[in-house]
Design a protein around this ligand. Structure first.
Ligand code: BES
Ligand code: MN
Ligand code: ZN
Length: 491
């Protein structure tokens, strides 16, 4: 999609021009600020109640000169960047449904937001809301996406700010869509080796270093918990290490991003029921978010030092699979009793977090599709947030709300740690059947030492069941924008 910034959006037969309108209708500012010709086209539609201005509504209207997409933003005073993203997505899909492949969108004024931020949010909404995973059929591929997006600003001085926002939005959206593609790819394609190749490709493209370790190097580093999970599969495991050193950042302690990379989770010997098991190809979305974020951070040349880690393996019940009751030893020396082989994410993260400690990080953020309990607790609107450092947790929460990747805190107390103590090893990989999301985090806490650490359980947010706002059915790329925003704001 080509993006440009202009001071005036022209009407024509093969393009759609977005008209933002509030619930206030004709008495609202958005209507009052329209040019006279648009006012004339729009007024009757409001009068006849064809269009309400409700957030998430859109209406395609032809005029003699071209096409308008009336797009509701709800109460004008309540407009925020996230609502704008969602409305932008609805507008873009409305145009696309009518095969209008060029879209002109005015950058509206949003309370407390700059032109740069607003332009970026429009790009995010339009781009992410019209994403399609290339379907693999026998028919030849048809053009599915928008071809051109033209942002329009009211006056010349705003052009460069809008351009800057558009450029950042583009980089972010490409990176989010990379993460979506990785999550949507079937597991026979997206094996641990292929996931590692995708990281290498992103590294070449964006300019960060990627190292990939196979089974021998994983064994040499004594990552026994990752090896335990990998035993059940013929597909060899990978440990992916990415490193980006930004301007003036060489001597700094790194920020660590860690993502769960289970390319398929059958549950292992503790096998899952077959209903919806196909969705478990998405169990590498934490890793995908880290790869996507590394790409964006490097392309934006953020002044930071960032290391991304992604342990990657399948979780299958092969003949040499680990079994319930087995005891494995993680890289930091701690022993783990494997009660349930389906609690595999925390096992591979145990080694990745142990390794992270050896880099003396300034902070660690991990993302994982870790527990079904988190889907029950928070649904698909927010990721669970837990950790050991209030300041870091607050930063991550703020980055979440600015970016639109929402997170919500859950407690993490000593009682939760007690629930993962084992009789026969240092820890066990399941709790006591209560607060499953939190006991999973309590388990991870055993592997981060004293370093500031935040854990995001993205089990509910990494996958969308349907198209809504700027999410489309399938992988969401959740976490990419949050991580970039967090690294941007880090001091
Ligand atoms: N990848 C799953 C978590 C999951 C389940 C994500 C459903 C999205 C939807 C994870 O590996 C898992 O199986 N967790 C178990 C843990 C349990 C055995 C303690 C779970 O949540 O059931
Ligand atoms: Mn599992
Ligand atoms: Zn899993």
């Amino acid at each position: 999609m080509k993006i440009s910034v202009k001071t005036k959006g022209k009407l024509s037969d093969n393009r759609a021009v977005v008209v933002w309108l509030g619930e206030e209708g004709k008495s609202g500012l958005f209507f009052k600020q329209l040019p006279a010709d648009l006012k004339r086209s729009v007024a009757p539609l409001i009068e006849k109640k064809r269009f309400s201005g409700k957030a998430g509504s859109a209406f395609l209207q032809g005029t003699g000169a071209g096409w308008l997409v009336l797009t509701g933003i709800g109460k004008e005073k309540k407009l925020c960047l996230n609502r704008l993203r969602k409305s932008g997505a609805v507008a873009a899909r409305t145009a696309l449904a009518a095969r209008l492949l060029e879209l002109a969108v005015p950058v509206p004024s949003v309370p407390k937001a700059t032109v740069e931020q607003t332009a970026q949010a429009v790009v995010e909404g339009v781009w992410l809301g019209t994403y399609h995973f290339d379907r693999k059929g026998t028919k030849s591929k048809e053009e599915t996406g928008l071809k051109e997006l033209e942002l329009t600003v009211s006056a010349a001085p705003a052009v460069s700010a809008a351009q800057k926002g558009a450029r950042q939005g583009k980089i972010l959206c490409e990176s989010v869509c990379l993460a979506r593609d990785l999550g949507n790819a079937p597991s026979n394609e997206m094996t641990p080796a292929r996931l590692a190749q995708a990281a290498q490709k992103a590294g070449r493209e964006a300019g960060f270093r990627v190292q990939v370790w196979g089974p021998a190097e994983i064994a040499k580093r004594k990552m026994g918990a990752l090896m335990g999970v990998a035993r059940g599969s013929r597909e060899p495991a990978r440990f992916i290490r990415m490193e980006y050193v930004g301007p003036r950042s060489a001597g700094r302690k790194p920020l660590l991003l860690v993502g769960k990379g289970i390319t398929f989770d059958s549950g292992g010997i503790s096998i899952k029921p077959s209903n919806k098991m196909e969705e478990m190809k998405f169990d590498m979305c934490g890793a995908a978010a880290v790869i996507g974020a590394m790409r964006a951070i490097a392309m934006l040349k953020l002044p930071a030092r960032v290391v991304g880690l992604a342990p990657a393996t399948e979780n299958l019940p092969g003949g040499s699979a680990q079994k319930p009751g087995d005891i494995v030893r993680a890289m930091n020396g701690k022993t783990i009793e494997v009660i349930n082989t389906d609690a595999e994410g925390r096992l591979i993260l145990a080694d990745a977090l142990s390794y992270a400690q050896t880099l003396k990080p300034a902070a660690i953020v991990d993302l994982a599709t870790l527990t079904g309990a988190c889907v029950v607790a928070l649904g698909d609107q927010a990721a669970g947030l837990m950790g050991n450092d209030e300041r870091l947790l607050e930063q991550v929460k703020q980055a979440g709300s600015r970016s639109g990747d929402k997170v919500w805190p859950l407690p993490l107390w000593k009682a939760h740690t007690d629930a993962v103590r084992s009789q026969v090893a240092d820890v066990k990989n399941v709790g006591n059947g209560k607060a499953g999301t939190i006991t999973a985090a309590a388990f991870l806490k055993e592997f981060v030492g004293e370093f500031p650490w935040a854990h995001l359980d993205i089990a509910g947010t990494a996958w969308a069941d349907g198209t809504c706002g700027y999410q489309v059915k399938g992988g969401t790329g959740f976490g990419v924008r949050l991580l970039v925003e967090w690294v941007k704001g880090w001091r």
